[in-house]
Design a protein around this ligand. Structure first.
Ligand code: IMP
Ligand code: MG
Length: 335
């Protein structure tokens, strides 16, 4: 085991936080490094009786032996970073790259004040889009220029590649989902950067030849916050009836819901070069599977749903989430 990359396969909110937290613990990660856009993400981790909603630092922080890093491609909001460092207690093992661009108040104001971004696209209002614009214009401030961050600055690509060369295990955490990608998603209803595995590698400075496994995470149904197409979208009433109604981690907005999209899943596997899939919230569709930790505990219906996904996407579903806790998982990797 050396370097594993994890990305979302739909429109974000697939349960990446839970899967990353499990993998970090189970695979003894030495480094958990956040890739992705920035604080527009909201990854939820439920571990040892506590719930964390993380926008900036890796959900792999639950692995107490791991260094927690943020790659240079990721936008950093120093206030949110500070808050999450306090919440998670990772102050002595977190570092960020000096080249992370900094989200400033003006970016947040612009994001929230723009009727195009806020209303037409339905952005998260976290300032990521406007900050990425400034970065492209080469006017954005970088983390290395911010005095308050000096204690946290490191060369993340060097740390990550050194660890890989030493045979240590590195977990790269992508954010959002494949179809929110600026290139591969449902433009213009997308985020401000690519979100596929290749981008996650670039975000942290890992070349494609160093990656051993790419995990793509799918939820057992699809959800989407903000505008843009959602095939077979359910009414809110129907989503509530099925127990698929959710609200967003970052913005509190309602998530629109639809059934699992097999065609999109297949395409997500292609776009990410995924080698394994993780399927989350199987217990929401099949309540009899709640808390299952072995494949034998799945009902016939649940198992046939998993098999149908595998037949479509042509890679194994190797992790199955059966509850909100980090350890509520069926791990088929060794089987
Ligand atoms: P932005 O990334 O804030 O500019 O938002 C652009 C679009 O991506 C909007 O539809 C957001 O709701 C969506 N989006 C961005 N980040 C996430 C995420 O982490 N989960 C789900 N949707 C997201
Ligand atoms: Mg989320």
């Amino acid at each position: 085991m050396t370097c594993h990359v994890l990305v979302g396969g739909f429109f974000g909110d697939e349960g990446k936080g839970k899967i990353i937290s499990y993998l970090a613990i189970k695979d003894n990660a030495s480094i958990c490094v956040r890739a992705g856009v920035g604080t527009n993400a909201g990854h939820t981790v439920e571990y040892k009786g506590k719930t964390y909603k993380l926008r900036q630092i890796s959900s792999g922080f639950v692995q107490e032996k791991a260094k927690i890093l943020i790659g240079p491609g990721v936008l950093v909001n120093p206030d949110i970073l500070k808050k999450e460092i306090e919440e998670t207690g990772v102050g002595n093992r977190i570092k960020i790259d000096g080249q992370c661009a900094i989200i400033e108040a003006k970016h947040i104001e612009e994001d929230r004040g723009s009727s195009f971004l806020k209303e037409k696209i339905g952005s998260t209002g976290s300032g990521c889009g406007p900050c990425n614009v400034e970065r492209v214009m080469r006017r954005a401030k970088l983390a290395k220029d911010i005095a308050n961050l000096s204690q946290y600055i490191t060369d993340v690509p060097l740390e990550v590649n050194t660890a890989i060369d030493e045979g240590k295990h590195v977990l790269v955490e992508g954010t959002q989902g494949t179809f929110l990608s600026l290139y591969h998603g449902t433009y213009p209803f997308v985020t401000s950067k690519d979100t596929t595995a290749s981008q996650a590698c670039a975000d942290v400075g890992v070349g494609p030849t160093k990656v051993d496994e790419v995990f793509v995470v799918f939820k057992s149904y699809t959800t989407r916050v903000g505008a843009g197409p959602l095939t077979e979208e359910l009414s809110e009433e129907e989503a509530k009836k099925r127990g698929w109604f959710e609200t967003a981690t970052v913005t509190g907005r309602k998530r629109r819901a639809a059934p699992f999209n097999f065609e999109l899943a297949k395409r997500a596997v292609m776009l990410n070069g995924a080698t394994q899939a993780a399927l989350t919230k199987l217990d929401v569709i099949y309540p009899e599977c709640a808390g299952a930790r072995s494949i034998e505990d799945l009902s016939r219906e649940a198992l046939s749903f998993v098999r149908k996904i595998e037949e479509t996407i042509k890679i194994p579903v190797s992790l199955i989430g059966t509850g909100p806790n980090t350890m509520d998982i069926i791990d088929l990797r060794e089987a």
